[in-house]
Structures are given as C-alpha cells and as structure tokens.
Write a protein that binds this ligand. Structure first.
Ligand SMILES: Cc1cc2nc3c(=O)[nH]c(=O)nc-3n(C[C@H](O)[C@H](O)[C@H](O)COP(=O)(O)OP(=O)(O)OC[C@H]3O[C@@H](n4cnc5c(N)ncnc54)[C@H](O)[C@@H]3O)c2cc1C
Length: 473
C-alpha cells in the first residue's frame, strides 16, 4: 500500500489525512512538531466559558467546513452566530460608531445610512461618491489594495472603514496587501462596472443575505473549534497520527521520498503533502525544490496576540451592542478589534461576560511585550472604549508568533513560482494558510485538494509501473 507523509498536523494537514482515509487505498502519517494536532484551532473550556485561542468561527458561504463536519457526524454541534451578535462598530474620534448598514466589502451600497453615519467627515462622504464618476484605472495586474481603493473612494473611507474591516481578516497592511490575492472581486467590480459603489450595490442585490440562526453567515462548534481537529483525529487510524515529530527535510530517494526529522529519525513515503507554514515548508524543501523554497521564504507573516477577559455581569455597566468593534490604525489604541463573545456566541459565555481582544498587525508585533504588559494594554483600551474598570475574574493571553501569512502584492506570482518549482514532483503538494486563502474553509479545501492530487499522481505512477512490468514480461 502506498504511503503519504503529511507534514504538519494543523487543519490543512488533518483535512488531507481525512481525504486519504475516505478514499482508502493508501495510508498516511501526519508528522506534527508540537504535542497536539489542530494548529491554530485550540479551545480551552474553563467552567462557564469556551475560550478560543485562535479562530472563533468560520464563514458558511464557503462550504468546506460545514461539509467536513457533516462527514464526521458532528453537524448537530454546529452553532450559528447569535442574532444579537450581528452588526459591529468602529472606534473613531474617541467613541464607537455603528458600522452603517448596507456595507459590502467595506463599500456603502445604501446612500442614506452612509450619509447619516458619524464615522466620516462630510468631505469624505462626498469624496466617496466621486467613485461613481471616476474612470477605470488603466493599471493592469496586481496592486496594493489601499491605494487602489483610496483612488476610488478616498483615503478617509479606506482608513476608517475599509481598512479595519478588510485588513482585519489578514491582520494585514492595506498599503501592502495584494488586491488580486485578497479581494479580487473589487478589481472585477471596477473592470465590469466602472465604479465600485455601483458594482457593490448590484452585487448586494443579487446576493442572498444570510441572517438569523437558520441562515447564519458564521458558525462555530458548541464546545469550541478545537472540536473539529479532535473529531478528525478520532476518525483516523491512531497509528497515522505522530505528534512531537518535527520535520527537517525532504529528499527524493529511489523513486520515493525520505523525510528527515529533527530527532535524527528518517521515514520513507511515496508521496508528500506539505501542510506547514511557509517558512517551515521552505526549510524542509530547500534540497528537493530550491526554487519553491526561495518563493516560500519571501512570504511575510504577522505575529498576533489574542486576549480573553471574563467579567461578572453586574461589573459591565454599559450595554454591549452587536458583535464588537474594530479599531483603525490611527485611533491610538493597542488592540485592533474586540469581540463581544457574550453577544456573538452566548453559549461560550454562560459564566459571565466574555470579551476577546486582538493585538498585532503586519509589521506591528505585540509579542515583544510580556503577557502582563499585553493584558494591561488591552484592559486599558477596554477602559477607554467601554468604561470597564473592574478586575476580570478570568484573563488569558494566547500568543501567535508568525500567526498570519501576509498576502502582499505579487502573492499569486510567488505561489505560482513555488508550485512551478515542484513540477517534477507531482507527488509532492503544498497546502495551507500560506497559499490560497487563510480562512478555515479555505485550508480544509486546500488540504483535501492536495490529498486528491497526490492520490491521483500515485495512481498514475502505479499504472505506469504496471505497464512497464507487463511489457518486460
Ligand atoms: C489569532 C487568529 C485568529 C483567526 N481567526 C480566524 C477565524 O475566526 N476564522 C477563520 O476562518 N480563520 C481564522 N484564522 C485563520 C486560520 O485559523 C488559519 O489560517 C488556519 O487554521 C491555518 O491552518 P493550517 O493548517 O494552514 O496552518 P497551522 O494551523 O499553522 O498548522 C501548521 C502545523 O504545522 C506544524 N509545524 C510547523 N513546523 C513544523 C515542522 N517543521 N514539522 C512538523 N510540523 C510543523 C505546526 O505546529 C502546526 O500544527 C485565525 C488565525 C489566527 C492566528
């Protein structure tokens, strides 16, 4: 039976293993450097709370996450975002402003709520409407998202609304983020409609609006997203799962591959799925595919910190409305966003009022600070924005060094280059957050596609070998 080595036991690697298990006909080993599987998906469950260390939910519109839950038999554990946890605010000018309804990809599609919003100056609102009369940008190819949008709708709309909303997903810098790799729909709107506002309005009319618990935009799992990797691990043969096995390098040997581990051990495999963060992937492929390694080394990362604070209900005087708030770069806070877990996911906050704050962006790592400093800074911001002065009954910091790959201008070209460097190795495939999407459904889809691709390559290699043997006979 052919053997596939899967490097990295995050969600992409586990999804690849699940795909191989379902296809049957090959076996796999998942080599994970740490002592736990799931990568960024980790949940703590202190009494009365669910604390998400990394992601807290996934987008339902991309079907891969719901699909895998269905296959694993945990579909009935899915929970849709709570209705009171919809709608968010932006902190600007020293106070919270509700995000005007009708935004699509950060762009206004309804004129009146946009004009009434206190988030922008009158001049900025007029400038944004200028998009309706502006010609198409003659530039072709990739470009940074920020300047592209600023040309169309003005700098203030970008810094106050679009940047906190769109770059929040990537913890990215809009001045460097690739428009092609992150929001190609925006380039397409300009190309097709000649105006982003007109295009977004038309798109919104055509898009069914998810709302309410029956048709939610985001979902999670009742006991936390860590349940997903746990469920995959339980469904796989136990001997496939190898924790505390850090991969050093991959070499081609006798028509197959040798994987060297940091403890000096070596393992053989017929195919390899590389589901590692870009830097670790680059290091392991330096010898096998130097061109790939070079492209992967050039993918930058942002380091992040997530903090969680739980208060008893009477200690938070001010009513919390919606899902939380976002913070523009120039707002003078330490945090980049705050989620009111109590509103968004009440089942995770039964023991009181749980808030989650995020820190860190591209080129602004919070990880030089101690845990105590991170907690103090986040609590200082909660005091400024929400007037919370009480001591939290529970507080935690989760550190994510190099936690989020940055899709900067030229990203698609770098990924194409990385893949081209493996053209002689159809049984080696890359997948995960560094490549074609950072969201949970994206990495699941990539893991499964990588597994399908190496299984197909193994099959065709076996077919070719059989043919050669028959001819010899
Ligand atoms: C703070 C934070 C919040 C997020 N929020 C959301 C959200 O709400 N919704 C959403 O959809 N997405 C969110 N994301 C993004 C999403 O969680 C990740 O993109 C996704 O989980 C990455 O999966 P992965 O398998 O590609 O990588 P990882 O989870 O990074 O897995 C890679 C694995 O490889 C292992 N590894 C590293 N080096 C080696 C080596 N040499 N040998 C063997 N193993 C190695 C690591 O230990 C890790 O387990 C968030 C990410 C972060 C950091």
């Amino acid at each position: 039976m052919s053997r596939v080595a899967i490097l990295g036991g995050g969600l992409a690697g586990l999804a690849a293993a699940w795909e191989i298990h379902r296809a049957s006909g090959a076996e796999a080993i998942v080599l994970e450097a740490s002592d736990a599987f799931g990568g960024k998906l980790r949940s703590e469950r202190p009494p009365g709370f669910v604390l998400e260390e990394g992601p807290d939910s996934f987008l339902v519109r991309k079907p891969a996450a719901v699909e895998i839950c269905r296959e694993l038999g945990i579909e009935d554990e899915l929970v849709g975002v709570n209705e009171t946890g919809q709608g968010s605010a932006i902190f600007s000018g020293g106070r919270l402003h509700p995000i005007p309804p009708g935004l699509m990809m950060g762009l206004p599609t309804e004129v009146w709520p946009f004009l009434r919003s206190g988030l922008l100056s009158g001049g900025a609102k007029l400038r944004a409407l200028g998009d309706l009369f502006l010609g198409r940008d003659a530039a072709a190819g990739d470009r940074p998202l920020g300047p592209f949008l600023a040309r169309r709708v003005g700098r203030e709309v970008v810094s106050r609304i679009v940047e906190p909303l769109l770059s929040g997903i990537y913890a990215g810098d809009v001045q460097a983020m690739s428009a092609e790799a992150t929001f190609p729909q925006l380039l397409e709107l300009e190309r097709r409609e000649g105006s982003l506002l007109r295009g977004a309005r038309r798109l919104r009319r055509r898009t069914p609006r998810p709302s309410g618990e029956r048709n939610p935009m985001f979902m999670t799992l009742r006991t936390g997203l860590g349940r997903l990797p746990d469920a995959i691990c339980r469904a796989l043969p136990a001997e496939w799962l190898q924790p505390n096995r850090e991969v050093r390098s991959v070499r081609a040997v006798d028509g197959g591959y040798r994987i060297a581990l940091s403890d000096g051990a070596e393992l053989s495999a017929d195919a390899v799925v590389v589901a590692l963060p870009a830097t670790a992937a680059a290091m392991s492929l330096q010898e096998l595919a130097p061109r790939t390694a070079l492209a992967l080394f050039s993918i930058p990362y942002a380091s992040l910190a997530v903090t969680a604070f739980a208060y008893s209900r009477h200690e938070v005087g001010r009513p919390l409305r919606g899902s939380g708030f976002l913070v523009p770069r120039d707002a003078g806070l330490h945090i980049t966003a705050c989620t009111y877990v109590v509103n968004k996911w009440p089942h995770e906050s039964e023991g009181g009022i749980l808030l989650r704050c995020y820190m860190g962006r591209a080129n602004e790592s919070p990880l030089g600070r101690s845990d105590e400093e991170i907690l103090t800074a986040a609590r200082e911001d909660l005091r400024r924005v929400l007037s919370i002065t009480a001591e939290p009954g529970l507080q935690r910091v989760f550190r994510w060094p190099e936690g989020m790959p940055q899709y900067t201008v030229g990203h698609l070209g770098r990924i194409a280059e990385a893949r081209a460097g493996l053209s002689e190795h159809p049984r080696v495939r890359l997948c995960g957050a560094a490549y074609d999407g950072v969201g949970i459904p994206d990495v699941i889809r990539q893991g499964r596609e990588a597994a399908q691709s190496v299984l197909a390559a193994l099959k065709s290699a076996e077919g070719a070998q059989r043919e050669a043997t028959t001819r010899k006979d």
